[in-house]
Design a protein around this ligand. Structure first.
Ligand SMILES: [Zn+2]
Length: 80
């Protein structure tokens, strides 16, 4: 399987994984919960800029009746 590489464009170097399983919550209109997803954080070894690459499947979505309870459990599980 071909896995694409991420290159920091200004530095022209490959970005490296910094943290796997970083959980983020996406918001609608900048404030309303939309979904929670696991991401991988990559950083440029030269300039330290970072990007997250989200998984294709959400951990929880806003329309689920237990979204608040589910996200609280996810936050507790993935807390640093
Ligand atoms: Zn860079």
């Amino acid at each position: 399987m071909h896995i694409p590489k991420m290159i920091c464009f200004p530095c022209a170097v490959e970005m490296v994984p910094a943290k796997n399983g970083l959980v983020v919550e996406m918001l609608m209109d900048g404030r309303r919960p939309y979904y929670m997803v696991s991401t991988d954080l990559y950083r440029c070894p030269r300039c330290d800029h970072g990007v997250t690459v989200p998984a294709q499947i959400a951990l929880a979505e806003h329309w689920e009746p237990n979204y608040g309870t589910h996200t609280a459990a996810i936050q507790a599980e993935f807390a640093p």
